[in-house]
Design a protein around this ligand. Sequence first.
Ligand code: AP5
Length: 195
Amino acid sequence: MRIVFLGPPGSGKGTQSQKLQAYLKVPHISTGDMLRRAIQQRSDLGRIGEEYMQRGHLVPDPLILELVEARLAEPDCQQGVLLDGFPRTLRQAQSLDEFLAARGMPLTGVLELEVDRDELLRRLMSRRRQDDKPEIIRRRLDGYLEQTAPLSDFYEQRGLLYPIDGSLSPDEVFARIQAVLKQLESHEPQATSDC
Ligand code: AP5
């Protein structure tokens, strides 16, 4: 299965990805985690990425695409993958489409976690990540509406979008995700026997 998690900052993409990774047993690719690792390692990507992340802006598409496409080309991603925080712009979504289509590996579904702004603010304000300062959080949320929210239409038009109420408890959200996956599994092509 190739699944994308869509949703604003604080909607629970990371939390649900951890659960889903254990359930599906496919690699979890979080661009936010990859960038934070690059910052810790003081790589060129980390140095550039940090400037954007600290201000609550998206890291430029070419850097993100190079990072993700290199990871997706690794052998462990050939049977399935869970994408968290990517794609985040129309350009990223279109590039992902082209990358996967060229390899005959289409997306299975896009799970969109829906949570209202007050709850997102409450969740992020009570966390202590570097970019969880009030002004930066507001910029990330506004940036999401402007640059990432249009991806809902992009995936809906392709029949891939599955909205999920992300305001419930983590276990209840996960139960809803499992229900969607069962639906998706029943549409997946089955392996054919030789006889
Ligand atoms: P990234 O790390 O992807 O952060 P984000 O999208 O802002 O999302 P968060 O990690 O804040 O939230 P989440 O939805 O994962 O929720 P979580 O499970 O953590 O990106 C960081 C930055 O990197 C970006 O701003 C950008 O600069 C850059 N970047 C990354 N990807 C990029 C890309 N593709 N292109 C360009 N730039 C990119 O939960 C949040 C909190 O809520 C936690 O405390 C959690 O315990 C709690 N919580 C979760 N679920 C529930 C629940 N159901 N009920 C109550 N509390 C809950």
